[in-house]
Design a protein around this ligand. Structure first.
Ligand code: NAI
Length: 727
């Protein structure tokens, strides 16, 4: 039996055909097999009935116009299916092309989001009208999933905008634009405010342009800005791969390379050949591991995390109306801004009115910048600032239904500030601490309602960093976890939920990365190579420069406390090879990091000025070399292995939380799809990962020993995946 059509055909008595995209089996339209069949049938019918057709309007019955490729399909596709995938893609492109060259005006009436395949369908239309609806976004975000637009998106944007604009504004970073911004970038022609206007505009276009052709189908058409054969373009072209390489730091992001190649090669040949080139590069990406990693993390895992997989089921959703932020320093000021931006009233408290005012001024600074860039209006700016009340008086916290503490990292001080306010705020207020290192269970001992006490770990700078780590202490109740989760979603951030542990999940795991980098310096390896290895592994921040940002005094403090805890529990403390280098840097050379003016790097006027030459003199040994691959993988494995230990110990309860938390919170390379997906996708799967861990263990020490949970899963042929969430 034929699959039901996903494209509805309606023809009025003036000869205008409306094609409504409406997949009866799904909530959104995707480029699945049913769509491909419907598209072919539609193209056949249009050609057969061409004489009676005056024009075509393409629109959708769903909330979004068209959602793009079917990611479940893409996740499942195997390398040996490459040919089939290529043929399937080419068939869809040929059918779109048949409609585009029918000799009748075709208008896209874009009623909602048109991302990826959605925009590709619209680009095959002669005229694009976007409705400025809630959630309407337009763009080709394939690059953010390790793919390229394989439905003609590269070919057409290059012809429409020119190679440079297509690459920089649309393809390489996968930007998503609101309708008006999309018009400015040249992706759509018109923006309207109502569906009625949209359809009227579509008809008006058909009336005025009875014989539409695409600009690139007009004889003599030249791609804006020239093609690589053009001398001016040729002069600029060599800079592209260099800039790209710089941007990617040499990391394995194949999508950008393939996009660049498809755009440049495709610009030099005819349309049909360009389509085949595009499909060839698409197929290579879609059958490779990186795209699978990125689809898993940035689509499925992100959705699972944000939709509340780790939120306790029972408690009713609640919204925070008024929040107390204690401490208006770097973090407090950022947290106040994030809350006020989400419409929450904020009372920002510090020891003096001046300090609190200064914290509020931080928001004013951010808003002024946004205003200058046209990203906000004076009214919105003023309204946001009016929601922040700076104060030094605890009495002003009356009625706050949530508290977020961000004073200095000191247990006694944190206890004291909670004592001061716990009887002033609402009697059931949620009590959160933004501590980065102190166990939540320890902090909770300073308050009366321990079940309402929880860790809410933000990342710096708060306005840019999307993640918040929620830490459940031993006595934290389900209600508090649910409320913290809802608060994080209310301020439009992504929450992961972990259990109390020294350094929780994120700080603990990033500590492994830093220690591993410093351990290589301890072994006498050239520090510049260590930095290079981090960049080429895909880390956004190089390891020694990151250490400088965090300060070298921090790991010493953390180590001291951890050691005390281990010894108090009767255990033996295992030093890390990095310890000696960090101690010498601080004690012998007085180099404590960027804020102290000197660290692994030199600083001139607060700006990084190059690695400290003394490193070579005091630590580097001639001939101390290890394979470059080992350098990269020591960093990646140190974090992956510790994440598996977190899962084994119950610090982590979900794989999605680990993957998303590692990429969004602590800069684990995005191409891996997150710290546990990296293990899943490692060549040879889990057994391959175990074998490599053993090799690293033999060469570099027992910290690379594969944990029990990993061995078990490798043995059973499993991967790290979450059980489906309970309904
Ligand atoms: P900061 O030093 O910039 O700010 C601390 C603020 O607390 C100062 O303005 C200080 O005047 C104020 N304060 C001190 N005693 C107070 C009291 N009794 N009542 C009200 N305010 C008081 O520190 P920062 O960097 O903002 O860190 C704050 C907390 O956030 C710390 O626990 C830190 O570990 C944690 N954290 C820091 C991150 C970072 O990247 N800096 C990241 C995540 C958490």
């Amino acid at each position: 039996m034929a699959a039901p059509s996903t494209i509805r055909w309606e023809q009025d008595d003036t000869g205008v055909v409306t094609l409504t995209l409406d997949d009866p089996n799904q909530s959104a339209n995707t480029m699945n097999a049913a769509f491909a069949a419907s598209l072919a049938a539609t193209a056949d019918r249009l050609e057969a009935e061409r004489d009676g057709v005056r024009g075509v309007i393409v629109t959708s019955a769903k909330k979004t116009f068209f959602a793009g490729g079917d990611l479940n399909d893409l996740l499942a596709v195997r390398p040996e299916q490459a040919r089939e995938l290529f043929d399937r893609g080419m068939a869809i492109k040929r059918d779109l092309r048949r409609i585009e060259t029918l000799g009748r005006p075709v208008v896209a009436a874009i009623n909602g989001a048109a991302l990826g395949g959605g925009l590709e369908i619209a680009l095959a239309c002669h005229h694009r009208i976007a409705l400025d609806a809630k959630g309407s976004k337009i763009g080709l975000p394939e690059a953010t999933l390790g793919l390229l637009p394989g439905g003609g998106g590269v070919v057409r944007t290059v012809r429409l905008l020119g190679i440079t604009d297509a690459l920089l504004n649309v393809l390489l970073q996968g930007q998503q634009y609101r309708p008006r911004a999309a018009r400015e970038k040249g992706l759509v022609h018109e923006v309207v405010d109502t569906p009625e206007e949209m359809l009227a505009a579509a008809r008006a276009f058909i009336d005025a342009h009875p014989e539409s052709v695409q600009p690139w189908d007009v004889k003599g058409y030249r791609i804006p800005g020239g093609t690589p054969a053009h001398p001016k373009f040729a002069a600029n072209l060599p800079a592209f791969p260099a800039n790209l390489a710089k941007q990617l730091g040499g990391a394995p992001y194949p999508a950008q390379r393939n996009i660049l190649a498809a755009a440049v090669e495709g610009a030099q040949v005819d349309f049909e050949t360009a389509q085949a080139i595009e499909s060839r590069y698409f197929t290579e990406l879609a059958t490779g591991q990186t795209a699978k990693n990125m689809i898993q993390a940035f689509f499925f895992d992100l959705q699972a995390v944000n939709s509340g997989r780790s939120r306790p089921r029972g408690p009713e959703p609640r919204k925070v109306e008024k929040v107390a932020v204690l401490g208006a320093g770097m973090m407090g000021a950022g947290i106040a801004y994030a809350c006020a931006r989400a419409g929450i009233e904020v009372v920002l408290k510090d020891v003096s009115a001046e300090a609190a005012e200064k914290g509020k001024a931080y928001s004013a600074g951010l808003l002024d910048k946004a205003l200058a860039k046209g990203r906000t209006t004076p009214e919105k700016r003023d309204a946001l600032l009016a929601r922040i009340t700076p104060t030094a008086d605890p009495a002003d916290l009356a009625g706050c239904d949530a508290v977020i503490e961000a004073v200095f990292e000191d247990t006694a001080l944190k206890h004291k500030v909670f004592q001061e306010i716990q009887d002033v705020v609402a009697p059931d207020a949620l009590l959160c601490s933004n501590t980065s290192t102190i166990p939540i269970t320890t902090l909770a001992e300073g308050v009366e309602r321990q079940a309402d006490f929880i860790g809410l770990h933000f990342f710096s700078p708060v306005d840019k960093m999307p993640l918040v780590e929620i830490i459940r202490g031993e006595r934290t109740g389900d209600e508090a976890v649910a409320r913290a989760f809802d608060l994080v979603r209310q301020i439009n951030k992504t929450p992961i939920v972990v259990r109390d542990s020294r350094g929780f999940f994120t700080s603990r795991v990033i500590g492994q990365f830093i220690n591993e980098g410093v351990a290589m310096v301890a072994e006498g390896i050239e520090p510049a190579s260590v930095e290079q290895a981090a960049a080429q592994a895909g880390y956004p921040a190089k390891v020694l420069s990151l250490m400088d940002e965090l300060t070298l005094t921090l790991p010493r403090k953390i180590r001291r406390e951890a050691r005390q805890a281990v010894e108090a529990a009767g255990g033996t403390w295992e030093p890390h090879p990095a310890d000696a280098v960090i101690d010498r840097m601080v004690e012998e050379f007085g180099r404590t990091g960027r804020s102290g003016g000197a660290g692994f790097y030199d600083y001139v006027d607060g700006r990084r000025a190059g690695l400290w030459p003394g490193l070579r003199e005091h630590f580097t040994r001639e001939g101390a070399r290890i394979p470059f691959e080992d350098m990269k993988e020591r960093m990646l494995f140190s974090e992956a292995l510790d994440s598996i230990r977190c899962l084994q110990e119950g610090v982590l309860t979900s794989v999605a939380d680990a993957n998303i938390g590692s990429v969004l919170g602590i800069g684990f390379p995005g191409w891996t799809g997150g710290v546990l997906q990296y293990v899943n996708g490692y060549p040879g799967g889990l057994p391959g990962f175990v074998a490599r861990a053993r090799e690293l263990q033999a060469r570099y020490g027992d910290r690379f020993a594969p944990p029990e949970l990993l061995l078990e899963k490798a043995e059973k042929g499993e991967t790290f995946t979450d059980a489906p969430a309970a309904a």
